[in-house]
Design a protein around this ligand. Structure first.
Ligand SMILES: O=P(O)(O)OC[C@H]1O[C@H](O)[C@H](O)[C@@H](O)[C@@H]1O
Length: 297
């Protein structure tokens, strides 16, 4: 839908990049945002009056064929994390080509975009299905990923919104809402037995890589350096992943992240994985979503 450079609906303009991406620039009375249409990836979101973006983008990352940028909100689908059958980590939706289905101004100054994979983009997945990402840009950012099983048999799905929240300094922020919750520690060398969170989550120089189970949220991230609180509400999910490579593991991501980037983000990921693996019956649909709001501290 829409020609490049054209305002496809009020407040939304498409821009083609030299590297082959198609960007949607969104400006509403309430907020501005930037979306990579090709990768169905929100890259930036800033409510009016906020000095800093909600999202972090790796300082070395770039759009490349068959790759997503490291930052913003990459989609993890149709599996989250390592595929036991040897497929790419976090699935292939984030590296597939997508297109804009439609966009429409809603009430209260919200703009809604809907993105779908290009035809054939899901060919690596043997189960017929329909996938759709809805992005709502207003005083909050709302994302919903919908999957419908169009096959005549059930299949298993894990998925996630791998959100890179921008922070002033990762060792100064505190993530609340997970106190007392059980987590699986995926950091290198961590104990295999589940752990229980005590107090808020913080990220120092070491890798943090945890799957929190059965935690309905909402979560809130207090950032004294940027003077703000980010609230995250999940829909259709009670599992969260909190990830930061820390100074110890950042070198593994050198194509996309500079060493100092480890202090500039905390991934707070809304996911269905582990104990929340979904079994989709024929004709059934799954929706996972998250809403992000910035408040002044
Ligand atoms: O480098 P990526 O494939 O984007 O993955 C980055 C990270 O994503 C998640 O948060 C996982 O828990 C980590 O184990 C992984 O390293």
């Amino acid at each position: 839908m829409g020609e490049v450079g054209e305002a496809v609906c009020a407040g939304v303009r498409l821009v083609a990049t030299a590297a082959g991406d198609l960007l949607a620039r969104i400006e509403t009375p309430l907020a501005e945002a930037l979306v990579s249409v090709r990768r169905a990836q929100v890259l930036a979101y800033r409510p009016r009056g906020c000095a800093e973006d909600l999202l972090f983008i790796g300082s070395r990352t770039a759009f490349r064929p068959g790759r997503e940028r490291m930052g913003g909100v990459p989609l993890c689908w149709p599996w989250f994390g390592v595929d036991p059958d040897g497929g790419p980590i976090h699935g292939f939706a984030r590296t597939a080509d997508w297109r804009l289905l439609d966009c429409a101004p809603q009430s209260d100054g919200v703009v809604r975009l809907r993105l779908v994979p290009e035809s054939g983009a899901l060919a690596a997945w043997p189960h017929p299905c329909t996938l759709l990402l809805e992005i709502r840009v207003g005083a909050t950012l709302g994302l919903t990923l919908e999957t419908r099983n169009d096959a005549d048999h059930p299949w298993t799905l894990t998925q996630g919104l791998h959100t890179y929240l921008r922070v002033g300094a990762s060792d100064r922020v505190r993530l609340h809402g997970l106190d007392g919750r059980c987590y699986l520690d995926k950091a290198r060398g961590a104990p295999v037995a589940p752990c229980r969170q005590q107090g808020p989550v913080s990220a120092g120089g070491e890798e943090v890589n945890r799957i929190y189970l059965d935690a309905p949220g909402p979560l809130w991230l207090d950032d004294p350096v940027l003077g703000r609180r980010i609230r995250v509400r999940a829909r259709g999910s009670r599992t969260w992943v909190v990830w930061n490579p820390g100074a110890t593991e950042i070198h593994r991501f050198a194509d996309d992240l500079a060493p100092e980037d480890a202090r500039r983000f905390l991934c707070v990921e809304t996911v269905n994985t582990a104990s929340e693996t979904l079994n989709l019956a024929p004709g059934a649909a799954s929706r996972i979503g998250a809403d992000y709001q910035i408040e002044t501290l």
